[in-house]
Design a binder for this molecule. Structure first.
Ligand code: BGC
Length: 727
């Protein structure tokens, strides 16, 4: 049973709502204080000096692929299992809450922290985030979904104001959080550093209370990002429960003083302190059990293998048979880049080295060269070359953004020189944020994109190279041909602490598709060593949503995994909408020759758009094209369903236009009668209707139609319009 904190003295309640130290809460009533610490791709427990920038040393932990890699698996079950393993390590290390997952949308390829986020798409981000939270919490450790919200830039991150229109906020930036909160009920949500439409997230009552708690039903605790609270009193009033890090009690005194001065309602302090107590109770006691290092390493390898995307495979350059002589080139083959910099940086318990793993699988000769003339001559004499390319730790990190998305020039020159002497050249990529690949795509025969793969990446890459495993990863972010093509190109990272989200809902593939821009590799793209065939696509719509089923057959000559992607499009929409949006996905594993029918359900809520005029989700009726494919630009089959829309619209008033009034099923015909009465015998031509349809009713008076206006106003006040909500 909860003890309501109201029974405690005010100074104790205020103190409970800030931490005791860098990573720990305070405690009362004999409850144990708890430790919250980073992840999220492994546990980062610092025992000596503490910091939130990944600087100080931490205990060894299994390093799973960071979100940028893991998301490429599109695999909820895998993410769930990874989070379960992280929970077990957290409990062994005495951690009650792991600070993740990060479900912010990758708005712009330059965001320095994109490696910690899943995708440019809210369904993919939210679904994987929910799987992660469920996997973690099922094993008694709490999650902290972060950074709530619209935290998509590192530049000036503690002051910048994300200025986002309501539709983009709801449909893109809040959507991934909404899915995690409603599907997985995280113990905690971490508020972002930035402002959202002028108000710091930490002090934003609309965000932390109206939306998060009242609309979505969140019943957990809101914790600040480390150092995000500028004004404790304003933060508590907005619904922020726990200010971190702890150690400075002066803001607790501010809270007490504000209550005494009547500037802060004590009930709000009670509510927040009660939530802190509930979190302390929820936390399972630490378990000093040994970590299952070997099993977790194998899981890290499996996760890495499923996260690799084969972007290109010209002339079946891959897989290698194992009998070839191979030239392995590039520094990352011996010192892999496998995680990002900053607060998520963990001390990997083990590390697979790609070169060693390649040697362990190859029967032919394997030569290694970091670069230079040696590399070219090794490539010339070998049967195949594998060139490791990527970004270094300094190129991208938490805390700053990139200014470009190019790979270093010298790497491209090296690759070109190798390709000039060796046609069977495979490029292997390591990077957190996406990189421009037109140069690599021009010359390499095959490309494997690992993003960041964690400690098992070395063996995963070798397994894919030699065909021990089928590459089944798919891009979770578009690879544009040029940075200038990115929808947010002109407004990132903003200026004078303001970021205007000018592209609105047209983020990622939504923006590339809407402007019909050529991309190097589209969202959802990824090749396999086998081939899949889709057939018997069927879709039905009812008041619960849209059910889609499709038969997938492995028609190639080996076993493999495929990711089925369902995009919806409303070709007759009257709204400004992306040409299509990902609305469902699933993963299938099929033996050679096998077939299965995959059924996916798209809830009606997921096909609604946000109508800011009535501050509500609305389903637009009409023809909906259901498209199933292997990427956003490779749709293999499609069918149509008819969707019944909501009749929701803003109430009609004298300020409504004639067009709006004429299209109302009740008022419309009566208004048309008024027009007839004004000009008896004269029929209203279509063009005339069009010409006047944007005129507000009240303005008709100016044109001598005062009687007609009065008659319609009377109908409106009699409540004659059609109901605003459909049954
Ligand atoms: C980061 C958070 C992190 C926290 C604690 C902050 O700088 O933004 O993601 O959880 O530090 O290390």
């Amino acid at each position: 049973m909860d003890t309501h904190a109201a029974d405690l003295p005010l100074p104790v309640k205020a103190a409970l709502c800030s931490g005791a130290s860098f990573w720990q809460t305070k405690t009362v009533l004999g409850l144990q204080a708890i430790t919250l610490t980073d992840g999220p791709h492994g546990v980062r427990v610092q025992h000596a000096a503490s910091d939130h920038l990944g600087v100080g040393a931490s205990s060894p932990a299994t390093c799973f692929p960071p979100a940028a890699g893991l998301a490429q698996s599109w695999d909820r079950d895998l993410v769930h299992r990874v989070a379960g393993a992280i929970a077990d390590e957290a409990r062994s290390l005495g951690v009650s809450v792991v600070l993740g997952p990060g479900v912010n949308i990758k708005r712009d390829p330059r965001c320095g922290r994109n490696f910690e986020y899943f995708s440019e798409d809210p369904l993919l981000s939210g679904s994987l985030g929910a799987a992660w939270v469920t996997g973690l919490q099922e094993r008694g450790v709490g999650a902290s979904v972060k950074h709530f919200a619209a935290n998509n830039t590192e530049t000036d991150r503690m002051r910048s104001d994300s200025q986002v229109d309501a539709r983009a906020l709801r449909e893109i930036y809040l959507k991934s959080f909404e899915r995690v909160v409603t599907e997985a009920q995280p113990w905690t949500v971490m508020c972002a550093y930035n402002k959202v439409n002028g108000v710091y997230a930490s002090q934003n009552r609309w965000l932390l209370t109206d939306v998060l708690r009242e609309e979505w039903g969140f019943d957990g605790l809101v914790v600040s990002d480390w150092g995000a609270v500028a004004d404790r009193v304003a933060a508590l009033a907005a619904g922020l429960d726990l200010a971190m890090p702890g150690g400075d009690s002066s803001s607790d005194d501010d809270v007490v003083a504000a209550v005494h001065a009547g500037r802060l309602d004590e009930d709000l302090v009670d509510d927040s302190a009660t939530r802190v107590l509930r979190l302390l109770r929820r936390a399972a006691p630490a378990q000093p059990a040994a970590i299952e290092r070997q099993a977790h390493h194998l899981l890290a390898r499996e996760a890495a293998t499923r996260s690799i995307v084969m972007l290109k495979n010209h002339d079946a350059a891959l897989p290698l048979s194992g009998d070839e002589s191979i030239a392995v080139i590039g520094h990352f083959a011996v010192e892999p880049r496998y995680q990002g910099g900053g607060s998520s940086h963990i001390n990997a318990a083990e590390l697979d080295i790609p070169l060693e793993e390649i040697r362990a699988r190859a029967r032919g000769q394997v030569a290694y060269a970091e670069g230079g003339d040696a590399a070219i001559s090794a490539a010339r004499t070998a049967d195949a070359a594998v060139v490791f390319l990527g970004l270094s730790d300094q190129d991208e990190s938490e805390g700053y953004d990139r200014t470009h998305i190019d790979l270093p020039d010298e790497q491209i020159r090296l690759l070109e020189a190798v390709c000039a002497v060796q046609p069977r050249t495979v490029a292997v990529l390591s990077h957190g944020g996406i990189v421009r690949l037109s140069g690599v795509n021009r010359c390499a025969a095959a490309i494997l994109d690992g993003a960041l793969l964690g400690q098992g990446g070395g063996s995963a890459i070798a397994d894919i190279l030699f065909g021990v495993a089928d590459p089944s990863g798919r891009l979770a972010e578009t690879v544009p041909a040029r940075l200038q093509d990115a929808p947010s190109y002109l407004t990132f990272p903003g200026e004078h602490s303001q970021v205007r989200y000018g592209e609105s809902i047209f983020v990622g593939y939504r923006g590339y598709d809407a402007r019909d821009i050529e991309v190097t590799f589209p969202f959802g793209h990824g090749l396999s060593y086998t081939e899949f065939h889709y057939s018997d696509l069927a879709a039905t719509a009812d008041h619960h949503g849209i059910a889609v089923s499709v038969t997938v057959t492995n028609v190639g000559n080996r076993d493999g995994r495929d990711v089925i992607q369902v995009y919806l499009s409303f070709p007759e929409s009257t709204l400004s909408r992306p040409p299509q949006e990902l609305r469902a996905f699933d993963v299938v594993e099929l033996e050679r020759g096998a077939a299965t029918t995959v059924t996916m359900h798209i809830p009606r809520a997921d096909i609604a758009h946000w109508d800011d005029r009535i501050e509500s989700w609305v389903v637009e009726g009409g023809r909906c094209s259901v498209r199933v494919g292997r990427s956003s630009r490779n749709i293999l089959c499609r069918t149509d369903v008819q969707v019944v829309g909501d009749a929701a619209h803003p109430p009609l008033t004298a300020d409504s236009t004639l067009g709006e009034l004429l299209s109302d099923p009740v008022i419309g015909p009566r208004l048309a009668e008024q027009f007839q009465a004004m000009a008896p015998g004269d029929s209203l031509g279509t063009d005339v209707v069009k010409m006047i349809s944007s005129m507000p009713l009240s303005r008709l008076k100016t044109f001598g139609a005062g009687d007609a206006v009065a008659a319609v106003e009377q109908m409106l006040s009699d409540g004659a319009e059609s109901p605003a909500e459909s049954p």
